[in-house]
Design a protein around this ligand. Structure first.
Ligand code: TMP
Length: 390
């Protein structure tokens, strides 16, 4: 049985930045969140058709921050050193930020967004522009053989039918192979009240507890979990086909931690929903107070996460004049749903008093490069509670 615990209202596609002339018939859906009381998997109540989100105009570039470029380079080197794979497959390769660190002779990629698949094909990485399905896994296995390392970052949680997705991994993985994937962590989201992790693309927000059950049902077994700081707190899961690796002690420790913080108890989720509502009231209250005092407020980072916040809280361009973002394909467009203009960073923070930090997960990187702005201005964030960063 599924139990609904959060309602974030009508929402647009979080990454669908629009040209001003496209705003009239924007698609919206009802964003709710529920927990399956059997598997304990947390998922959206209503899924959006994948083709509406992942297509040839997909705007999010994984290479868009120094933090993520360094993260993926370090990850690729460590995985190759650790597992010495002869064949590597990446599911959801985006703009190649991970795979470019692997020798192209041993690597292939799957990426449904054709703008990115074209890019990595040009970089010399064979990229199949399709969604990850059991049929595709069978085709890859018969054409390219079983894979020793299958890697996916911020991708498995996008896939609505997880049983099929993990069965497809099992199909394609060699007997000695390792499946490594990382996605935002449910416990971190609850701890930090970062409800903006919830949007159309994140069909599920994973706990290790739920993954352990669902992977095992598809013949995959977790043997290591690493906690990561990226994307506001993520888990990197290592799984293999058989229980032939030693299961590291921290797998059990993390599941115990999740149990102790109440991730199997509906009251934890109801309490989270109350904190989300309080966060909305406080953020709106602060922005309105600053507006009354005639402060100039903008957004910093036109993130998918900020789409959830702005649409849930009803924050439009009367409160946040514009959003700066470094991604060229977002600039000159307006934000999904609330239609706040997106502009380049250059020259757009000069007379700003407060900037709402949509990209709060890069706070350290941004605070370092924006020290000049921080002399006179400040950032606003809602994570882990509504506050000012000076
Ligand atoms: P993400 O949180 O989904 O990774 O998206 C980050 C967005 O923030 C992306 O559109 C790029 C933008 N951004 C900036 O505009 N300035 C920055 O300094 C950083 C790190 C990101």
């Amino acid at each position: 049985m599924k139990v609904k615990f959060l309602d974030l209202g009508q929402q647009p596609i979080a990454n669908n930045f629009l040209l001003p002339e496209q705003v009239d018939d924007e698609f919206k859906y009802h964003l709710t969140v529920e927990i399956d009381d059997g598997t304990k998997l947390v998922s959206l109540g209503e899924f959006v058709a994948p083709e509406k989100m992942f297509n040839d105009t997909y705007a999010y570039h994984s290479s868009g921050s120094k933090t993520m470029q360094e993260h993926f380079k370090k990850t690729a080197i460590a995985l190759v050193n650790n597992f010495a794979p002869l064949k590597v497959l990446e599911i959801g390769s985006n703009d190649g930020v991970f795979i470019k660190n692997i020798n192209s002779d041993i690597a292939i990629a799957v990426e449904p967004c054709s703008n990115f698949a074209d890019l990595t094909n040009k970089m010399g990485y064979k990229t199949i522009s399709e969604f990850w399905t059991l049929d595709l896994a069978k085709e890859i296995r018969s054409k390219h053989g079983a894979q020793d390392l299958i890697y996916a970052a911020n991708c498995m949680c996008h896939i609505q039918n997880l049983s099929e997705a993990f069965a497809a991994v099992n199909e394609c993985l060699s007997d000695r192979g390792v499946f490594v994937f990382e996605d935002p962590s449910l416990s971190k989201m609850i701890e930090r009240c970062s409800y903006d992790q919830i949007y159309d693309e994140h069909a599920h927000i994973f706990s290790v507890t739920a993954l352990n059950k669902i992977l095992a049902s598809q013949g995959l077994y977790i043997f290591r979990v690493e906690k990561l700081n990226v994307h506001g707190g993520s888990n990197r899961i290592f799984a293999s086909k058989r229980l032939h690796k030693n299961i590291e002690a921290n797998v059990d420790d993390i599941m115990k931690e999740e149990f102790n913080m109440g991730l199997e108890d509906i009251r934890t989720y109801n309490n989270f929903a109350t904190r989300v509502e309080q966060s909305r009231v406080q953020l709106l209250g602060l922005l309105k107070e600053f507006k009354r005092k005639n402060f100039n407020i903008v957004g910093y980072g036109a993130t998918s996460k900020s789409t959830t916040v702005f649409n849930y809280c009803g924050i439009d361009s009367s409160l946040i004049g514009y959003i700066t973002d470094t991604t060229p394909t977002k600039q000159g467009k307006v934000s999904p749903g609330m239609h706040i203009p997106v502009v380049p960073r250059e020259g757009n923070l000069n007379s700003v008093d407060y900037a709402y930090l949509g990209a709060w997960n890069y706070e350290a990187e941004i605070a370092e490069k924006e020290s000049e702005f921080l002399r006179s201005g400040a950032f606003i964030t809602h994570v882990p509670y509504v506050r000012i960063i000076r």
